[in-house]
Write a protein that binds this ligand. Sequence first.
Ligand SMILES: NC(=O)c1ccc[n+]([C@@H]2O[C@H](COP(=O)([O-])OP(=O)(O)OC[C@H]3O[C@@H](n4cnc5c(N)ncnc54)[C@H](OP(=O)(O)O)[C@@H]3O)[C@@H](O)[C@H]2O)c1
Length: 165
Amino acid sequence: MNCIAAVDSNWAIGIDNRLLFHIPQDLHFFKEKTVGKTVIMGKNTLMSLPEQKPLANRRNIVLSTSLNEKDFIVCKDLKSLFEKIKDYDSDELFVIGGEQIYRLLLPYCSTAYITKVNAEKPANRFFQNLDLSENWEMTFKGEKQVYNGIEFCFCEYRNTQPKKI
Ligand SMILES: NC(=O)c1ccc[n+]([C@@H]2O[C@H](COP(=O)([O-])OP(=O)(O)OC[C@H]3O[C@@H](n4cnc5c(N)ncnc54)[C@H](OP(=O)(O)O)[C@@H]3O)[C@@H](O)[C@H]2O)c1
């Protein structure tokens, strides 16, 4: 299982159920990584998407105790999520947020694709700081890119001790 997130310099990811950045190259990267795969998200993240609709061309799994299934799969707890994904190729599973779901599933992820944005934004949702996390190591750091004066780079981290699903 993998996760993918865009973070600011404080590892912030969101405010008031919105993203902090809209960087076209990052959206393109996100799409490239996840199209044709399975994405796993929390209810709030689903609600933050355009028209509160699941992502096109991907199998969408939403963790929620309150939603009913529509054009996405709902799992009401970790056990039913693990039951649902047990036969899927784990390389094709992408945890896409938000804070609660990253926190829940990060220990099970072997790779984290992190877009690091060199900015500090007001925020109320955060990702675990992988630079300070014992069992995570950076395995790739892309070249610095700039969009509209905002610097960012694509990084990859590897979990040296992922938990078994
Ligand atoms: N920067 C990025 O890459 C990125 C990516 C995604 C999201 N975000 C941001 O993150 C923020 C949203 O994060 P969030 O922490 O508020 O919400 P979230 O993680 O998207 O969703 C939380 C909801 O998931 C459900 N849930 C949580 N744990 C569960 C469990 N064990 N079993 C079943 N359901 C469970 C609950 O829904 P019920 O109440 O229905 O039970 C809970 O209210 C937004 O600001 C969004 O823009 C940022």
